[in-house]
Design a binder for this molecule. Structure first.
Ligand code: ATP
Ligand code: MG
Length: 180
């Protein structure tokens, strides 16, 4: 399983439909400051169901919709489609190629689709849940965080590792239970 392509339409600075094709292995995205590199990472988290506007570097969810520039009017919707190669069957669905789409309308509505069929957030989460992607599973190391990680003391570093391994939420739950 690997990410095959990502299409952004009206998402943040990507007003016109833009498709990025990926190959198996490591992908690097380079470009000048403000050209939209982090917006691409935001789009990836968003299409997999990210619910926190702050995690997407915005104040509210509709900040992901293209807000307009001097030469171009704001748009009414943001749409991101992720295509995953599933020839190895890692995703529990009978397709060798799987697309997940998420659309948000400025008027308020929000939609998901799996291979073009309307789906719920829960369906997307369940589809991704055994793959190391999706809710609390993939790890996005944000800009500036790397320096913070390298400069951290052993205790903090352990926290980062636990978070990446997905054990932090269990520890928090345990601490909460013990406090009661
Ligand atoms: P750097 O190298 O500095 O990290 P970057 O390539 O990661 O830059 P991004 O943070 O992805 O850049 O993009 C920032 C740009 O996206 C800014 O110009 C910002 O105005 C624009 N942008 C963010 N949200 C929207 C939006 N909703 N509508 C239009 N433009 C937006
Ligand atoms: Mg950036």
């Amino acid at each position: 399983m690997y990410l095959k392509s990502l299409t952004l339409r009206g998402f943040k600075s990507f007003a016109s439909a833009t498709t990025l094709a990926f190959e198996p292995g490591i992908t690097a995205i380079v470009g000048p400051n403000g050209s939209g590199k982090s917006n691409i990472v935001d789009a990836l988290a968003w299409v997999m169901g990210e619910q926190g506007a702050k995690h997407l570097r915005g104040a509210k969810m509709d900040d992901v919709i293209f807000a307009g520039t001097t030469g171009r009017a704001a748009l009414g919707r943001a749409e991101v489609t992720l295509t995953i190669d599933n020839t190895d069957g890692a995703l529990p669905i009978d397709y060798t190629e799987v697309t997940i789409s998420r659309t948000l309308f400025r008027t308020g509505g929000s939609e998901y689709a799996i291979n073009g069929h309307p789906a719920r957030l829960l369906d997307v989460q369940e589809l991704l849940s055994d793959t190391g992607m999706g809710r609390e599973m993939h790890v996005i190391v944000g800009q500036g965080q790397l320096e913070q990680i390298l400069a951290s003391d052993p205790r903090m570093r352990r926290g980062y590792i636990e978070e990446a391994a997905g054990v932090l939420k269990h520890r928090r739950r345990r601490e909460k239970a013990l406090r009661k």
